[in-house]
Write a protein that binds this ligand. Structure first.
Ligand code: NAP
Length: 366
């Protein structure tokens, strides 16, 4: 099973612009990104492009009080940087409307519940068209998200403002056109130029954003791009470029159809985003993996595997032959135990090891 996924990257020449993936890996202590040093101190404003759950995750990290983050498993370098952060306003920019925001209710409620935070949504953005009504009629989740956003907007309208308060602005019907460069700090982003959009029917109840040719700037010193993911093909593996998935039937990889019939590649399986596209919460992945494992079990029972391959023993021999540095499950358990022990000393569920050397040393410890 191969799960190589990459973020869609637009042009990224100015500093201060990051993909959400880089930012998430930074605050989660991924060894390749622990030295990212995102700019959190040049202004009070960050712009997040996209209105999916990853955008929400990132907004939450920027806006949640660090006293609360301190007792989570956030990486220590990220907590220190966030303690110094001057970001107080976060703009979540979506090219469609509140009915189409790609959010789920639990994740939205968590963000709306952040202490001492104002929600800002333009009242005009909350008006719905008959096509929006139809979308909500066909999707309980879309209706729920719209209701939560409307309620949050109404509550914000009546609360008193506090200059120290953090603000989360939901900006709808805007698509990014280009990044703006700072005059004072050459090479650094100073904002995003946004094009206003309207929705047009794309058939079967779907509405797509269309640019109106009207533009406006949104100033900021930090941009995070959270516009979804796309899997990339692996040499020699069938790949559906349009859908960004490895074609499969219940996890069994399918090669080119012959005379309309799907031919499965014997002994080759896929699961996760590479199997069904970059959507779904953790539970979705559990069911997805279960289905693939079910297919493998059925094939074993039905004697699909006729050759006598060596299994994990053969894999280990191959890795050794190729001199691949590997950590087995007992090594992983040692890393897990070490991180939990370090965390318990700081009242956290775990303290992440954030360099490859530290991780490999922990995995090899007696
Ligand atoms: P996503 O759900 O696909 O959302 C992507 C967002 O970016 C949408 O608002 C989309 O707008 C927008 N977008 C895409 N292309 C764009 C473009 N060219 N210009 C402007 N906007 C663009 O992606 P994601 O947030 O990365 O999440 C991926 C999956 O992981 C989702 O299924 C999500 O629910 C899941 N996830 C779950 C959790 C959790 O369970 N707690 C946490 C994080 C992520 P359109 O709708 O108009 O395309």
């Amino acid at each position: 099973m191969v799960l190589k996924v990459t973020k869609i990257l637009a042009f990224q020449t100015l500093s201060g612009i990051y993909s959400a993936r880089e930012f998430v890996w930074w605050y989660n202590g991924h060894p390749d990104y622990s030295s990212l040093k995102p700019d959190l101190t040049s202004s009070d404003t960050a712009v997040i492009l996209g209105q999916g759950n990853v955008a929400l995750d990132v907004a939450r990290i920027l806006l949640r009080p660090t006293t609360e983050l301190a007792s989570t498993d956030i990486a220590r370098h990220a907590l220190s940087a966030l303690e110094e952060s001057s970001i107080r306003k976060v703009f979540l920019v979506g090219r469609r409307g509140p009915v189409q925001a790609a959010l789920t209710a639990k994740e939205l409620r968590e963000v709306l519940g952040i202490k001492n935070m104002h929600i800002r949504i333009k009242e005009t953005d909350l008006s719905v068209t008959p096509a929006d009504e139809e979308e909500m009629k066909n999707s309980r989740i879309r209706k729920r998200i719209y209701e939560l956003l409307s309620k949050a907007a109404a509550a914000a309208g009546t609360s008193e403002s506090d200059p120290d308060q953090r603000e989360l602005h939901f900006v709808f019907f805007r698509q990014p056109d280009r990044f703006l460069e700072s005059n004072e700090r050459k090479g650094h982003v100073s904002g995003v130029n946004l094009e206003k959009t309207i929705l047009e029917s794309a058939g079967s109840g779907k509405q797509l954003a269309v640019g109106t040719g009207e533009f406006e700037d949104l100033n900021c010193s930090l941009v995070l791009k959270a516009i979804g993911y796309k899997s990339v093909p692996i040499n020699g593996l069938p790949f559906d470029h349009k859908k960004g998935v490895v074609p499969n039937v219940r996890g069994r990889v399918v090669s080119q159809p012959v005379e309309g019939l799907s031919q499965t590649e014997r002994g080759l399986y896929v699961c996760g985003w590479l199997k069904r596209g970059p959507v779904g919460i953790i539970a979705t992945n559990l069911y997805c993996a279960e289905e693939t494992v079910g297919s493998i079990s059925e094939d074993i029972e039905e004697g699909v595997f006729t050759s006598s391959k060596e299994g994990s023993k053969g894999l280990m021999q191959l890795l050794e032959k190729r001199e691949v540095k590997k950590v087995d499950f007992s090594g992983w358990e040692k890393v897990d135990a070490k991180e939990k022990q370090m965390g318990s000393e700081r009242n956290k569920p775990r303290e992440k090891l954030v360099t490859w050397d530290d991780l490999l040393a922990a995995a090899a410890a007696n």
